[in-house]
Design a binder for this molecule. Structure first.
Ligand SMILES: [Cu+2]
Length: 170
């Protein structure tokens, strides 16, 4: 009896909160601009190019981004071969703020060696090194053309060895 009694105000309050939340969601968006989307705090995403055991693969091989958010995509080559991060469809759907070439010091901290601005279509990273792609996705889509086109000693590309991936922008 007592329990049911004390629950009542809680439920009533929750109802009020839900109603309030729903009301907030239905407030129409104003036509204002979102401001400079390249100046947000970046969302950090890391992808390893190649595997330490020599396999040709992206890890992870499935990536997901949201339009309107700034990403700092760290491409780290953890293998002994150079690798490309290539997706023409992805490059066509993003705005690149910059690409940075970084170097890790003995203390593990990354130092920026160079910065590139403008449209970037693909990035090649050499063994043991890293590059950062800072971008804002501007169009949605599911891209299945992520690949590394480097040709291995057997005449096949790394993509044919399985170095492919999928990118989704929502
Ligand atoms: Cu490769």
């Amino acid at each position: 009896m007592d329990e049911a009694h004390t629950d009542q105000p809680t439920l009533a309050r929750r109802g009020v909160l839900l109603a309030g939340g729903a009301a907030l969601l239905t407030v129409p968006k104003t036509a204002g601009s979102a401001g400079d989307m390249t100046r947000q705090e970046p969302v950090e995403v890391s992808v390893e190019l190649g595997r330490p055991d020599g396999r040709h693969a992206f890890e992870p091989s499935r990536l997901r981004f949201e339009t309107g958010r700034l990403y700092r995509l760290i491409l780290r080559n953890v293998s002994r071969d150079p690798h490309y991060f290539t997706s023409d469809e992805f490059a066509a759907r993003i705005f690149t703020r910059k690409v940075q070439v970084t170097q890790s010091g003995p203390d593990g901290r990354a130092t920026t060696l160079a910065e590139f601005k403008g449209s970037i279509r693909e990035i090649e990273v050499y063994p043991g090194h890293a590059a950062e792609w800072w971008f804002v996705p501007v169009a949605t889509g599911r891209m299945t053309d992520l690949r590394c086109g480097i040709r291995a000693a057997d005449g096949q590309t790394h993509a044919q060895h399985g170095m492919t991936g999928e990118i989704e922008i929502v």
